[in-house]
Design a protein around this ligand. Structure first.
Ligand SMILES: NC(=O)c1ccc[n+]([C@@H]2O[C@H](COP(=O)([O-])OP(=O)(O)OC[C@H]3O[C@@H](n4cnc5c(N)ncnc54)[C@H](OP(=O)(O)O)[C@@H]3O)[C@@H](O)[C@H]2O)c1
Length: 297
């Protein structure tokens, strides 16, 4: 396939290398939009290098799949300027944390097949030319619209390039579950500037449990089939499995970058308001992160 990666940061560079390795014709689209070549080294045991054309309009015009790996808050500003260049058959595949970024531009992109994906692979861009695969994980992909529903073959493309991948026709439920876990872990680890494992300490249980209680009320109204006990046990499993990790929001605050809070806790609050559910602890955490962002940026 002809594939363009929009936003070759950590995740985008990782997939660019694996997709090219699997034999696809991959190009990159960055902010620079000046045609060039870029070589990327995939820092694994093999340490292989791959060469890509960058910011090449012809590649964008002819791409079968646009793989959008910018952060949630960058989706609109990255995608809308290049939309007129795309063929209407181009499949749009979004991979970012949080929810709501696609809804905001849905009317402008609904003529494309749209897919959403979530991944637990870990990636780190060590420098402009090196991406490190920091942890093997699992990817779930599914349709955002009915045209996307006809693109199940993309699961094979991803699976063949970077396993493991599954197709989930109810991707919204998968994304809600991921969002629920992120609501419990990300803001607390960013505010306390701690590793995920610290949330397993008894002194943090009350916060985690209260967050999950509010999140669960919203999940119920969104018809997500997950008991509060299942949510809590999954959250504590993730905390334990990733105890030495720093969450992405923790890292964003640490490096004084804008966070994805508006698309994680912010999205939850928006839905809670629509359902008239009171969510005081999540509101407090949201405001604390926004305050941190204001002070840091
Ligand atoms: N890293 C991980 O291990 C991981 C794992 C799972 C999920 N995620 C999620 O995946 C998403 C991407 O994360 P990431 O770590 O890859 O972030 P990242 O390294 O910051 O990558 C985002 C890339 O998008 C580029 N970009 C921003 N605006 C653009 C525009 N207008 N046009 C073209 N490119 C643009 C950025 O360019 P600049 O460098 O110029 O800003 C950057 O290269 C996030 O939602 C994250 O939460 C990450």
């Amino acid at each position: 396939m002809n594939i363009t990666i929009l936003g070759p940061g950590a995740v985008g560079s990782l997939w660019a290398c694996y997709l090219q390795k699997a034999g696809h014709n991959v190009s990159l689209w960055t902010r620079r939009t000046t045609p060039s070549e870029l070589s990327l080294t995939l820092n694994t045991q093999e340490n292989s290098s791959y060469s890509f054309s960058c910011d090449n309009k012809e590649s964008l015009i002819h791409c079968d799949l646009l793989f959008i790996t910018v952060k949630a808050w960058q989706v609109e500003s990255a995608l809308l300027p290049i939309l007129p260049l795309l063929s209407q058959e181009t499949i749009l595949l979004f991979m970012h944390n949080g929810m709501g970024a696609i809804d905001a531009i849905e009317n402008q992109i609904s003529h494309h097949p749209i897919l959403q994906a979530t991944t637990t692979h870990g990636a780190l861009k060590e420098n402009a030319h090196t991406v490190k695969h920091t942890g093997f994980g699992h990817t779930v992909v599914g349709p955002f619209n009915s045209l996307g529903n006809q693109c199940q073959f993309i699961q094979d493309v991803l699976q063949h390039s970077l396993p493991s991948t599954e197709w989930n026709s109810d991707i919204q439920t998968a994304l809600w579950k991921k969002l629920a876990i992120n609501c419990a872990i990300n803001p607390l680890t960013a505010i306390y500037q701690c590793q995920n494992g610290e949330l397993s300490q008894p002194s943090r249980h009350q916060d985690v449990n209260r967050i999950c209680h509010e999140v669960h009320q919203v999940l119920q109204q969104e018809q997500i089939q997950w008991t509060e006990a299942e949510l809590l046990s999954t959250v504590y499993q993730v905390i334990s499995a990733t105890s030495a990790n720093y969450s992405s929001m923790n890292r964003d605050c640490f490096y004084q970058r804008k966070t994805e809070i508006d698309f994680i806790t912010g999205y939850l609050l928006q839905k809670a308001k629509q359902h008239a559910i009171s969510t005081p602890i999540n509101e407090t955490l949201y405001n604390q992160i926004k305050q941190l962002e204001e002070n840091l940026l």
